[in-house]
Design a protein around this ligand. Structure first.
Ligand SMILES: N[C@@H](CCC(=O)N[C@@H](CS)C(=O)NCC(=O)O)C(=O)O
Length: 284
């Protein structure tokens, strides 16, 4: 039997609690060292990593490019969060919260910083007038689901994913609690997708782009190796939708950007132009 834990009167920071990312987590914010970020030739500069939150943005940018919008050309530089790149002074200037993804729009010499993946999607949708309907009722439904994703995914990632996959020991209480919540969220999505082709209706939007890298990946067994544990085969409508999205060229390309794991020909640590995809395998 493990000893029962009683919280002390005052919580104090003890370095190295053994979990994954333990060595980079601290209870304070701000830059830990001086480091200037690289800057490329393109109008948009992305500093990111190929995690679900990062992939939301690279899918969006690739979708815009797929439509022929050359102003959406971007350089995507790698921020290796396992090596604490997110705490360099240049990155913190763009995102004081030290989390990927972060975007800098050069904006013809009057730069705009954008952080939080939902804010980045919204910024790009507004800037280019794409993937967000103009009609107030349709637009609001997209926003409902975009904010749903931003509020819900931390339960999936920080809750379920952390305790099921990353925590140094497996504890029943948090795994049970967050598996329950994750399945509840999957059920919400499955019901929505039983009535609609896409998340917010009949049009593909930033809501799909935000939700796919998390919940699409989960039902396809690409996240936390948890498909069997969560019986994701039950969510037939999410699977139908995920299978449709994965056919999109922009989705296939977006998933590769800033990816540093998987086979050599299925990753692209840094992207500066469309040519960088040459010779890579998109089907995984
Ligand atoms: N709400 C944020 C979450 C971003 C986030 O959690 N990013 C993670 C990787 S997916 C990160 O940068 N973690 C580094 C850290 O916590 O130090 C968003 O959607 O942009």
């Amino acid at each position: 039997m493990t000893e029962k834990y009683t919280p002390p009167k005052v919580w104090t920071y003890e370095q190295e609690n053994g979990g994954q990312f333990a060595s980079i987590n601290r209870p304070t914010s701000g830059a830990r060292f001086e480091k200037t970020l690289p800057v490329g030739e393109n109008p948009l500069q992305l500093y990111s990593l190929g995690t679900p939150n990062g992939v939301k943005v690279t899918i969006m940018l690739e979708e815009l490019l797929e439509l022929g919008i050359s102003e959406a050309e971007y350089d995507a530089f790698l921020i290796n969060i396992g090596e604490a790149d997110q705490f360099g002074s240049g990155f913190v200037e763009i995102n004081p919260n030290s989390k990927i993804p972060a975007l800098l729009d050069k904006n013809n010499g009057d730069p705009i910083r954008v952080f939080e993946s939902g804010s980045i999607l919204l910024y790009l949708a507004n800037k280019f007038n794409k993937f967000l309907p103009a009609d107030i009722s349709k637009k609001t439904e997209v926003m409902n689901w975009l904010f749903w994703q931003m509020g819900s995914a931390p339960y999936l990632g920080g809750g379920f994913g952390h305790f099921y996959s990353y925590a140094p020991e497996k504890f029943e209480y948090p795994i049970d609690r967050f598996a329950m919540e994750t399945k509840r969220q999957l059920d919400v999505l499955d019901k929505q997708l039983s009535k609609n082709q896409f998340i917010a209706g009949e049009e593909y939007s930033i809501a799909d782009i935000a939700i796919f890298p998390w919940y699409g990946a989960l039902v396809k067994g690409k996240l936390y190796d948890a498909a069997e544990f969560l019986s994701t085969h039950e969510y037939k409508n999410i699977i139908r939708w995920a299978d449709e999205l994965i056919e999109r060229k922009a989705v296939l390309r977006g998933r590769l950007v800033n990816r540093t794991w998987g086979d050599e020909d299925q990753r692209l640590a840094q992207r500066n132009s469309a040519k960088d995809f040459d010779g890579l395998r998109l089907d995984f």
